[in-house]
Design a protein around this ligand. Sequence first.
Ligand code: UDP
Length: 328
Amino acid sequence: MRILVTGGAGYIGSAVTQELIADGHEVVVFDNLSQGHRAAVHEAADFVEGDLADREHVDAVMAEHDPSAIMHFASHTLVGESMEQPLLYLNENVRYGLNLIRSAVDHGVDRFILSSTANLFGEPTQIPIDESERIDPGSPYGESKHILERTLHWLDDRDKLRYAALRYFNAAGAASPDRGEDHDPETHLIPIVLEVALGQRDKIVIYGDEYDTPDGTCVRDFVHVLDLAQAHILALGALDQGSRVYNLGNGEGYSVREVIDTARQVTGKEIPAEEGAPRPGDPAMLIASSDRIRDELGWNPQHDALEDIIASAWEWHRRHPQGYADAR
Ligand code: UDP
């Protein structure tokens, strides 16, 4: 298939692009490079620099490339930032996502995969979290994804398209030693911990140690970006049998302290840590049940051990201490 990947220069989008190409698909990446990196885009993909705010450009790309499916990653993605700037998320994530969805429908593109989030579950009533959990977004970021999920639901109901909403828990690891995570500013736990290991930061600040969790720090379910990519490929193959939503994680929770300890083992570095204030919008514990996608599509994560996830990220960070600024 020919697949339009928005945000294909970003962390998860570039990993999925890599795996789609390995699977024999053609990929057109559409990215404004506000957070993504041109060097992250697989050489075999077509690249279009553009902004989803520009409806005419989106329409022109849709007409020229005539994709069979769309995978939509381009988005603001930070829970903490969305708590500071709610309208950035509720305005841009929603509006630009709707521009894309509207253009897809106008051009008869009827397969759509949405990059969604565990932040749909702000205060989960049960752990692990399956797809029957009530939706109560933990932040404007989660709400923006919820609005797009509901939009796709209604378009499916009205027979305009088939969609999959894939709710990632904590994406981590590198797609290859030369394709990894590089945000500016970096806010994510594992890359920051590894920047401390590299000596680029003095310490990791633990955001809160009085949560209702075994060691008081937040617990997260880390899933390797290559396993996420496989879930996209499986979901794409199943769309013609109907729309679907899936929670994607390994079903195993690790606390912030456990992540730091594992990174110490993997890197052999000291990694100084210090307790700080909680970050608004962070739920105490997010662990996925991914039984649904395992049962329905046979999803079987290959990189589920936290040591392996951190080791693959470490390989990328060690080889590219300045990220894509010195990649390739
Ligand atoms: N975290 C932390 N210190 C940091 C960055 C993150 O303690 O410098 C914590 C954060 O509070 C959360 C977990 O690590 O509980 C994962 O955060 P991240 O931003 O990586 O992903 P999120 O869970 O927000 O998607």
